[in-house]
Design a protein around this ligand. Structure first.
Ligand SMILES: [Zn+2]
Length: 400
């Protein structure tokens, strides 16, 4: 597999690289960000997502805890009631941030948890215990599901589990097994999924709308659009290239690139934890919700979270309106119809450019801001597309 840092980047896949990074940073900081990459077969969505495993930093857990208990915030049935000194006595260990994959043949028991057969059949001391499944074992990390639309179509039980896990941040998971008390545990897992909406059984939002809405961001993957890029991809995928790189991989440079990403993730996660959304931007997002009758509050929560992360990845200590506008299409593509999305993006763009032109000159009162809100409602076009006359009018209206 080609390392993350060596994958070919072009305009059509740049957004996925960025959102993958945003989700890793957010997960590391303790807040999941669920991501769905949609696109045609062969656009490399799953390659990028799987390669991201190589840039995941380490996390510290209570020694030997299969649920990845944070020593400062233990949550598993075994450790959640222990005192700080008892945990200290057990000790801690560093492991790589988990990245686990749910396959199509997975059973509910594999995903959520099941009875631990090894311990049940232990001759010296048979015991009935629950063995956590893939999701609880991915706590503080990432769960990846390819062809999520097919899974939603064929495995309603696993879909229900995902709905619970992605319902809140942190999410919940019930592990049940006949004859044993059910265990309810918290899980902080970012769910990453990929699908091709043009293939059977169709787009996820049409199969299971509720599950589609649980994804904070949807990233649409474009095809590579230049001969050079396609030729490079072809070369990287050729057998002889891969054989040559087996030897290269053992040398330093690739490794240090992946290390660089790990360091970035840790640094960005720290910055994310202290970054806040300024009031005027929060109101801006809230207005989108009301004005466009957005169905779910999750949509604007996703916009807020993603805008903060976007600013962090740009190395800024302040969120700008452009960060918000950048993430709007990804947070809303799967949640509103096409016309509303186009109207909303045009409006956001005109708002963005207007703000950058006029922001400090004309800090308006609430009243005049409302008036100009009305003005834009009837003319939802980018500022650059407007006639000069209209622009002059706009400025007059603003300075009333
Ligand atoms: Zn534990």
């Amino acid at each position: 597999m080609i390392p993350f840092s060596m994958l070919e980047r072009y305009e059509g896949n740049e957004a996925l690289f960025q959102t993958v990074m945003m989700s890793i940073v957010s997960s590391y900081a303790g807040e999941p960000l669920h991501l769905h990459a949609e696109g045609l077969r062969g656009t490399g969505k799953t390659t990028i997502m799987r390669a991201a495993r190589g840039i995941l930093p380490t996390i510290t857990r209570i020694k030997g805890c299969i649920y990845n208990c944070d020593p400062l915030d233990p949550h598993c049935p075994k450790h959640r009631d222990l005192s700080a000194s008892e945990i200290e006595a057990i000790g801690t260990e560093d492991i790589q941030m988990p990245f686990l994959e749910i396959s199509h043949s997975a059973k509910v028991g594999t995903v959520a948890g099941s009875i631990d057969l090894a311990r049940l059949t232990d001759i010296s001391k048979p015991e009935a215990h629950l063995l956590p499944g893939l999701i609880p074992q991915a706590h503080r990390g990432i769960i990846f599901i390819d062809e999520i639309n097919r899974l939603a179509d064929t495995s309603p039980e696993i879909t229900d589990i995902l709905l619970d896990v992605m319902g809140n941040k942190p999410g919940h998971l019930q592990i049940e097994e006949a004859g044993l008390p059910a265990v309810d545990i918290q899980v902080r897992v970012s769910v990453w999924a990929a699908s091709n909406p043009d293939e059977d059984p169709g787009p996820l939002e049409e199969i299971r709308r509720q599950l589609s809405d649980r994804f904070d961001l949807v990233c649409y993957m474009g095809r590579p659009d230049s001969v050079d890029i396609v030729a490079n991809i072809l070369e990287e995928n050729s057998y002889s290239y891969r054989v040559r790189n087996v030897h290269k991989k053992e040398k330093r440079p690739l490794k240090s690139n992946e290390q660089g990403y790990k360091r970035d993730v840790i640094k960005w996660a720290e910055n994310y934890q202290c970054l806040y959304m300024p009031d005027f931007l929060r109101s801006y997002i809230a207005r989108l919700y009301l004005k466009h009758n957005l169905e779910s509050i999750r949509a604007i929560e996703a916009i807020q979270q993603a805008a903060l992360l976007h600013a962090v990845l740009q190395g800024r200590e302040k969120v700008l309106i452009s960060d918000v506008n950048q993430v709007i299409p990804m947070a809303l593509k799967h949640r509103v119809d096409g016309d509303t999305l186009v109207r909303l993006i045009n409006e956001a763009e005109s708002k963005g450019s207007r703000d950058s032109i006029l922001s400090f000159k004309n800090r308006q009162s609430d009243r005049s801001r409302d008036q100009d809100e009305d003005y834009f409602q009837h003319n939802a076009r980018p500022l650059k597309d407007m006639h000069r006359g209209e622009l002059v009018n706009t400025e007059k209206a603003l300075t009333l």
